[in-house]
Design a protein around this ligand. Sequence first.
Ligand code: FAD
Length: 316
Amino acid sequence: MKITEHLKNAKSTLFSFEILPPLKGQSLKELLEGIAPLMEFKPPFVDVTYHREEFIYKKHPNGLLEKVSTKKRPGTVGICAAIMNRFHVDAVPHLLCGGFTREETENALIDLNFIGVDNVLALRGDAPKGERFLPEPEGHSFATELVEQILRMNNGRYLHEETENSYHTDFCIGVAGYPEKHFEAPSMKFDLKYLKEKVDKGAEYIVTQMFFDNKKYFEYVDKVRAAGITVPIIPGIKPIATLGQITSLPRTFFLDLPDALMDDLEKCKTNAEVKEVGIAWSVAQCKELIAANVPSLHFYTMSKADTTYKIAKEVF
Ligand code: FAD
């Protein structure tokens, strides 16, 4: 079922979450067993992230170069199928511009449609570390273009065919939004202009980057609405769980940790203490967001379900 229908049918704030495919060489069984307890909170959908494929050239003693994939977390499509089979919930694969040609995107969408996926989150993806984002030759530069391609397929139009096909996809498309602005955008106004373009082209809902200060989410929603965007805006929640995340999350995701949260985190000496502070902070955040009747609380579990479970137990 489409995310938009889940949201329309909901009588109160929903619970949803995102997982990462396991590292190459690790089992899916563990991941599925790990998230099984979260089914208690009846998530209508689970997102599965996508990680771009990058290649390096390895030189052999005979002088020949071998192209080697460094992809660390393959399996998004297969995991979606496994989640739908095992838990009977919708799986939402993330689809990237980066690393894909248009043809590969078309083929991935056909696979997803055939396994019964109804929703996709359309994203640009990040550049490899220290580089500028570059599309594949024949790939997309911005998420908007990916949204357009998905919509064309929904209308029965494939890449090399001008005529409409009788069999067509019917994906509900989500896109990303940034309460603290996307780091490359020179201003929030600029960022919102392109968010509007994604929605005008066919995106039906927005999932936000994680944030730790609800005020930023509420102000963002006001700005998005003022820009003329009316689709649901699902807040992304990430409980801080380790000492390392106190510096890595702001650095990686270009966000601020509020002073009050930092005051508590600075007293922590162990990961266990950080986790406790992180859970208490997220619980308070979630309670306020539920009171504001947000569509769903979407947890970035990073495939560690225990923290999310404890928070959900307190707020749902
Ligand atoms: P876009 O919407 O294309 O925007 C990128 C930048 O370009 C923005 O600054 C925007 O303002 C600007 N822009 C947009 N259109 C134009 C235009 N036409 N002209 C000029 N400028 C423009 N990454 C992964 O690799 N895998 C994942 O699974 C994944 N999941 C995510 C889930 C969520 C909910 C979020 C919030 C992010 C996720 N990301 C993921 C990270 C995401 O790929 C990065 O944040 C990426 O840098 C931007 O993606 P986007 O889709 O927001 O890009």
